[in-house]
Write a protein that binds this ligand. Structure first.
Ligand SMILES: C[S@@+](CC[C@H](N)C(=O)[O-])C[C@H]1O[C@@H](n2cnc3c(N)ncnc32)[C@H](O)[C@@H]1O
Length: 174
C-alpha cells in the first residue's frame, strides 16, 4: 500500500518524525560488518535532516535527499551554522544523486513504505554503493502497534525481507 501524502504540507504544518537516539545510532554502527568504512553516507528521504546531521556529527561526509522542498529548507536552516561541503541537502528523490556518487552507508529511515517501485529503488540505491557498503532500512512493520492506526507507514516484514534478499548478499533484521 503506497499512500499519496503531500509531504511538503506535512512539514509546513510542523510535522516531523521520531529521531534515532544516540544509543540507537551507536547500536546501528556496531552492527555494521567489522572493519567496514563509514566515511560517506546518503540519507535518502532525509526529511528535516535530523539523522543527516547526526551522521555528520559522527564524522561522515553526508548527503540528505528528499523530494519535499519544505523539509529541505528546514534541514538547511537547521544546519546554517555548519558551513562544510561534507553536509549537503538536495531537494529531490534518488534521481538527484548523480550516477558516479558512491556511499559507504545508505540510510532509509521511515521511507521504504512510501516507495512505489521498491525493486527499482533498491537497484538504484545499489548502484550508489561500493561492494563493502551497507544499506540500513528502518521501518515500522505491519502487525506492530502503530500499524493498527497507520498501516500506510508500515512495510510487510516478510515481503520487505524478500525484496532486500533479492538485492543484497547479506541481510540482517533487528
Ligand atoms: C515519514 S518521512 C521520514 C523522514 C525522515 N527520514 C525521518 O525519519 O525523519 C518520509 C519521507 O520520505 C520522503 N519521500 C517520499 N517519497 C520519496 C522518494 N521517492 N524518494 C525519497 N524520499 C521520499 C518524504 O518526502 C518524507 O520526507
Amino acid at each position: 500500500m503506497v499512500s499519496d501524502i503531500n509531504w511538503s504540507s506535512v512539514y509546513e504544518n510542523g510535522g516531523d518524525f521520531r529521531v534515532l537516539t544516540p544509543s540507537e545510532l551507536t547500536d546501528i554502527f556496531q552492527h555494521l560488518p567489522k572493519g567496514s568504512l563509514a566515511r560517506s553516507a546518503l540519507d535518502i528521504g532525509c526529511g528535516t535532516g535530523q539523522l543527516t546531521r547526526d551522521l555528520w556529527f559522527r564524522g561522515c561526509s553526508v548527503k540528505g535527499v528528499d523530494p519535499a522542498l519544505k523539509a529541505i529548507e528546514i534541514a538547511q536552516d537547521a544546519s546554517s551554522r555548519i558551513s562544510d561541503d561534507s553536509l549537503v541537502y538536495v531537494a529531490s528523490d534518488i534521481s538527484g544523486v548523480t550516477s558516479t556518487e558512491r556511499y559507504d552507508l545508505i540510510f532509509c529511515k521511515l521511507v521504504f513504505a512510501f516507495i512505489e517501485d521498491k525493486e527499482n529503488f533498491l537497484d538504484t540505491l545499489k548502484s550508489h554503493m561500493y561492494p563493502h557498503s551497507s544499506f540500513i532500512m528502518i521501518s515500522p512493520v505491519l502487525g506492530s502497534k502503530i500499524s493498527k492506526t497507520k498501516p500506510f507507514i508500515c512495510v510487510d516484514h516478510d515481503l520487505a525481507l524478500e525484496q532486500l534478499k533479492k538485492k543484497f548478499d547479506v541481510v540482517y533484521t533487528y
